[in-house]
Design a protein around this ligand. Structure first.
Ligand SMILES: O=P(O)(O)OC[C@H]1O[C@H](OP(=O)(O)OP(=O)(O)O)[C@H](O)[C@@H]1O
Ligand SMILES: Nc1ncnc2[nH]cnc12
Length: 237
């Protein structure tokens, strides 16, 4: 890890601690993190930065668990099992915290491109792309005006409806490394289309990350399509 990467990790830990502090006293934060309350106060107020090892523990351990708990509290299911995740995907600062935690906890390599599906994947995709200093590409259900060449992927869903995603061909090139992300994986149909687009582009898949796995069907479908790591921040039955 070079100096800049260490500094970034230390600042991420401070951001995680500040998020946790919003709903906790310093004593509660000390219990949760097993760090002294006085030190935590100095980190949260920006007077001192946590050391690199402490920062790593906060980001990988406490950060991941706390973000998963926060995510679970914000996601609503209706009577038919549909997910309302607007409390998460509309909150860019929250997603900006998820990105480093997910990247560190699940060990994704830095990609050249983060690929997602419009619409709800875009804010997570932007957070991940910004964290990795990578480009963001999002496939859409319609063709962008004035773009001439697309990579497109179509499949007939279980419902009989056909779903097509289009990505401007210039957004993903042969040999580029790509991390596929989305807010939700349920049936896995969207993942199949995104992974097919990555394969058509001849890109190298470094992994798949979703905020929410609703059941295992979609995660299993994605696992069948790649050996790259596949991770969810939270899983719901
Ligand atoms: O695993 P699956 O069953 O494919 O479901 C997951 C997909 O469903 C949602 O998008 P949706 O198709 O509702 O489009 P939207 O983001 O435009 O709402 C979500 O953002 C994922 O992309
Ligand atoms: N909001 C949603 N909830 C559950 N499954 C979905 N598949 C696509 N959108 C969904």
């Amino acid at each position: 890890m070079n100096r800049a990467e260490k500094a970034a990790l230390q600042l991420q830990a401070v951001a995680v601690l500040r998020m946790l502090k919003e709903t906790r006293t310093y004593d509660e934060l000390a219990d949760l993190t097993e760090l002294p309350a006085g030190d935590l106060n100095r980190y949260v107020n920006g007077h001192v930065l946590p050391g690199v090892e402490r920062a790593r523990q906060v980001v990988e351990g406490v950060g991941r668990e706390a973000l998963a708990t926060e995510l679970e509290a914000r996601v609503m299911f209706d009577d038919e099992g549909y997910v309302d995740n607007s409390g998460v995907v509309f909150d860019q600062p929250f997603l900006d915290l998820v990105a480093p935690v997910a990247a560190n906890a699940f060990g994704f390599e830095r990609p050249d491109v983060v690929l997602t599906a419009a619409t709800d994947g875009i804010t997570l995709g932007a957070a991940m792309a910004s964290y990795f200093d990578a480009r963001l590409a999002y496939a859409k259900k319609s063709k962008e005006t004035a773009v001439e060449e697309f990579i497109e992927s179509r499949q007939r869903l279980a419902s009989g409806i056909e779903l097509t995603y289009y990505l401007p061909a210039s957004a993903l090139s042969s040999g580029q490394s790509v991390l596929v992300v989305d807010d939700l994986i349920r049936s896995g149909e969207t993942q199949e289309l995104l992974l097919d687009i990555a394969a058509q582009a001849d890109a190298d898949l470094v992994g798949v990350f979703t905020l929410i796995a609703a059941g295992d069907e979609g995660m299993a479908a994605a696992r069948d399509l790649t050996d790259a790591p596949i991770a969810a921040l939270a899983t719901f039955d």
